[in-house]
Design a protein around this ligand. Structure first.
Ligand SMILES: Nc1nc2c(c(=O)[nH]1)N[C@H]1C(S)=C(S)[C@@H](COP(=O)(O)O)O[C@H]1N2
Ligand SMILES: [Mo]
Length: 497
């Protein structure tokens, strides 16, 4: 009985694995970059993104996406184990039910085919495995037969399991084309914003320009879209007089500019890492919108991504001199797949969730009230101006500090409005001015440096910034939802004698 249950569970796990693998293989060929498992994961994110709110950041970090996929696979295999010990009829009903779930999540005829073949693979594998150990279960058999047929069963199960793993690996290979951005030759920009020599104060604060490898990544994409640039185009549509599309080559042939902009995620907490500055190269959005001829009703610019994500902001925001680019390069290199290859929007002064659509396929002009981007119905604010913020980078948490002069340094930002001053307070004492690094424009962060005369003991450092237009960063604490965190970054430092 024990062995029977264990064998049944093994057979069920292998059958579920076979079903998953077949589903992945069938969907590997449509170039969408996802399979039944990640489609189910996508539905999960869509459904729970709103409910989770603050938890959402964690969920949308790269590692947690892997965790979600692994979780779905583990749950599917565990359900398989249960089915393997249940009556055959239960499995014959359950596999088609899970196939249907996958088909629904994936959608379309291919989803239906993949779900059906996956269910058949599961039922077939389970039935085949159940047949093998049959002699072992028969009463009064020679024990050597039992051992032999159990071995036979385990061998068969192992072979089927290996076949399923191989199939899943093959599906993965078919699905992931080589990094598409490597071969692109970037045109020279007609204008490049010079980076002043004094942007980096050289005391260990975050570099003025964030290397691409260190740049935060936030998006809802479970599988990073791999866009075939030969087939890609971006459309200017909606409330415009002269809709048009651009292929990638046509986009690269237009006059471009290269300029640094600080990008921040609304989910960033006080002192958090979801902020960075890059040199963005691209075509000015205003020029493209002029070409399209925005109608009076086109009061919202909506970016649409190949993966269905949308983000929108008022067209009127482009009336000031904020940078707004249809960008295709970051720090002198074509965009990487994770940062939106082949093209994305970058708009100075707005959180990414209302502006910075990656894997862009359309710029759609709508009425401001006629459409809400992805995050708005999930409880985030329709307007997303970046709030004034500052962060202590050094001394790092837990780093040893000796009494005497110690640099305290970090970054401060309020893109489009600019930073006029940064101050530091020790142990709730008076606010002391910090030195500011240079900035290429008011749409990037600045480094700041305070030369602290550290006195032995446990000390608390706090920082606050003031914008060029006179707003002093508030110490009132607010969480990221619905429109960005506020509060002052503080750090406890133990100063040794
Ligand atoms: N297609 C797509 N674009 C997107 C998102 C997304 O989920 N999907 N997230 C936005 C959010 S919330 C942010 S903060 C920025 C982050 O850009 P990065 O990953 O290049 O840092 O991308 C924006 N563009
Ligand atoms: Mo974001």
């Amino acid at each position: 009985m024990e062995v029977d249950r264990a064998d049944g569970a093994i057979a069920g796990v292998v059958a579920a694995g076979a079903a998953l693998a077949v589903g992945e293989l069938v969907t590997a060929f449509d170039g969408a970059g996802r399979g039944l498992v990640s489609a189910v994961g996508d539905r999960f994110i869509e459904g729970f993104a709103g409910a989770l709110k603050d938890v959402a950041v964690a969920l949308f970090g790269t590692n947690d996406k892997v965790a979600l996929v692994v979780g779905i696979v583990v749950v599917a295999l565990a359900l398989g184990a249960l089915l393997g010990t249940a009556r055959p009829l239960v499995a014959r009903l359950a596999f088609p039910a899970f196939g249907a779930l996958g088909a629904w999540a994936y959608g379309g005829a291919l989803g239906l085919l993949a779900g059906a073949l996956a269910a058949l693979a599961g039922i077939g594998a389970l039935a085949a495995l159940r047949r093998v150990p049959a002699p072992a279960r028969a009463p009064n058999t020679d024990p050597t037969v039992t051992v032999a047929s159990r071995r036979q069963f385990l061998g068969f199960a192992g072979a089927l399991g290996a076949g399923a793993a191989g199939t899943a690996a093959l599906a993965g290979r078919i699905r992931t084309p080589p990094a598409a951005n490597a071969e692109i030759a970037l045109p020279a920009p007609v204008a490049t914003t010079a980076i002043p020599a004094g942007v980096d104060l050289g005391v260990g604060a975050s570099p003025y320009l964030t290397p691409v490898a260190d740049f935060f990544r936030i998006d809802t994409a479970l599988v990073v879209p791999r866009v075939d640039v030969a087939r890609w185009s971006v459309a200017f549509t909606g409330r415009v007089d002269r809709p048009f599309t651009l292929t990638f080559d046509e986009l690269l042939a237009l006059d471009s500019v290269e300029v640094p902009v600080t990008l921040q995620c609304v989910s960033n907490t006080v002192g958090g890492e979801l902020v960075g500055t890059a040199m963005w190269q691209g075509v000015e959005l205003r020029t493209l919108l002029e070409r399209a001829g925005v109608q009076p009703g086109g009061t919202q610019v909506v970016g649409r991504s190949v993966d269905g994500f949308t983000a929108g902001f008022p067209t009127a925001l482009l009336d000031d001199d904020r940078i707004a680019l249809l960008a295709y390069a970051m720090n002198g290199e074509p965009l990487t797949p994770t940062h939106g290859f082949p093209a994305r929007l970058v708009v100075g002064g707005l959180y990414g969730y209302v502006s910075a659509t990656k894997w862009l396929e359309a710029v759609d002009l709508t009425g401001l009230d006629d459409f809400d981007g992805f995050w708005i119905p999930r409880g985030w604010s329709k307007d997303g101006p970046i709030k004034v913020a500052s962060r202590i980078d050094v001394p790092r948490s837990g780093a040893p500090v000796a009494a005497g002069t110690t640099p305290v340094a970090g970054v401060a930002w309020c893109p489009t409005r600019g930073i006029a001053a940064v101050e530091v307070s020790v142990d709730q004492g008076p606010w002391e001015p910090a030195e500011l690094g240079d900035a290429a424009n008011d749409q990037t962060w600045v480094q700041w440096l305070y030369r602290w005369d550290a006195v032995e003991g446990l000390r608390e450092l706090r920082v606050r910034a003031t914008t060029v237009d006179g707003e002093v960063q508030t110490e009132e604490r607010a969480p990221p939802a619905p429109d960005g965190a506020t509060g002052l970054h503080a750090r406890l430092v133990r100063v040794s004698p």
